[in-house]
Design a binder for this molecule. Structure first.
Ligand SMILES: [Cu+2]
Length: 326
């Protein structure tokens, strides 16, 4: 009896071992880890990039993205030729937690922040463009290969690449690229940035700060804010935050040279610049985009301390004050 039981056990173990040997390594689906965005400790420098922004996987594999920044991002796969919608509209609509993508139906997360994750399973081979609906210069590609083809890299390669790319992009803002002085007499630089390209797409690094956070002027003077970032919008907002961040408040007018202009007479005043950002790049065969509003001016007739924020990035510490002396 005892002999029989041992024999049965050993037989079932043999079967398990045989079954394991018969499964080809290539069809064992793998989950890959990748990151979305990164930031400096004080959150002032935002890496707007998929890290890595190019990855090779097998059909049936899953990529799990983890957001690593307080600036919002989406993980979005549109269908070929699909019109890109605003990030708050999504795909249209949103997927939460996990989805699958084969190129036939779009997939998008809602805006996500640090610590949130999203997994996508890719069921069939193809080369799929990865975009963030918030940031136009943040793109990547997922190469999905047939399981019979061997992959060029393992997870450890991508882990090192993520660390290297994050360090290199953050260092871009240290290389004397931040204009410390605006051309204007009482000028404030409103952020700056740089977009770099590689085989996978575009990566951007942006400074989310008023470069002169405190400026001292005399009553009657005008301050001029200029956005130096290629694609990141910012706002200059005094007083109550508006419901719609896009347009300027009704008390903002346009100067002859196209810059926006307002007057702040007391700390009770509410003045909002709307989006201050350069126009997107033109593309052949598409209508030329109008000039963007890259400059905003405020005249201060009365002494006082006037705090203001960028309503898009005050959570990252983007705040300033104008001190007006008599
Ligand atoms: Cu901002």
């Amino acid at each position: 009896m005892r002999h029989l039981r041992v024999k049965l056990l050993s037989t079932s173990w043999s079967w398990l071992l045989l079954a394991a040997l018969m499964v080809p390594v290539s069809i064992q689906a793998q989950t890959w880890q990748a990151a979305v965005g990164a930031q400096s400790v004080d959150k002032s420098k935002q890496v707007l990039a998929f890290l890595p922004n190019e990855i090779w996987i097998h059909a049936g594999d899953t990529v799990n993205w983890t957001v690593g920044a307080d600036e919002i991002h989406t993980i979005t796969f549109l269908t070929l030729g699909q019109v890109r919608l605003p990030f708050f509209v999504g795909c249209p609509g949103f997927s939460f937690g996990a989805a699958s993508f084969d190129g036939s139906t779009c997939v998008s997360t809602p805006p996500m922040v640090s610590g949130q994750t999203f997994s996508v399973m890719f069921s069939s081979p193809g080369n799929f463009k990865l975009v963030c609906l918030v940031h136009p210069d943040m793109t990547g590609v997922v190469h999905v290969l047939d399981p019979s083809v061997s992959l060029p890299h393992q997870q450890s390669f991508y882990d090192k690449e993520v660390a290297d790319q994050t360090r290199d992009l953050l260092a871009e803002l240290n290389q004397g690229m931040v204009h410390r002085h605006s051309g204007a007499e009482n000028g404030v630089i409103v952020g700056t940035g740089k977009t770099l390209a590689n085989g996978g797409g575009h990566n951007t690094i942006s400074l989310m700060r008023f470069v002169q956070p405190e400026l001292v002027i005399h009553a009657g003077a005008t301050v001029e804010w200029t956005n130096d970032d290629p694609s990141m919008p910012h706002t200059i907002t005094f007083g109550t935050e508006p419901g719609d961040p896009f347009p300027p408040s009704p008390n903002v007018s346009t100067d002859a040279d196209g810059a926006l202009h307002a007057t702040v007479s007391s700390t009770a005043d509410s003045v909002h610049s709307g989006f201050i950002v350069s126009a997107p790049q033109d593309q052949t065969s598409l209508p030329q985009t109008p000039l963007g509003f890259t400059q905003f001016r405020v005249t201060f007739p009365n002494p006082g301390a006037y705090p203001y924020i960028c309503i898009l990035h005050d959570n990252l510490g983007m705040k300033g004050t104008i001190i007006v002396l008599p």
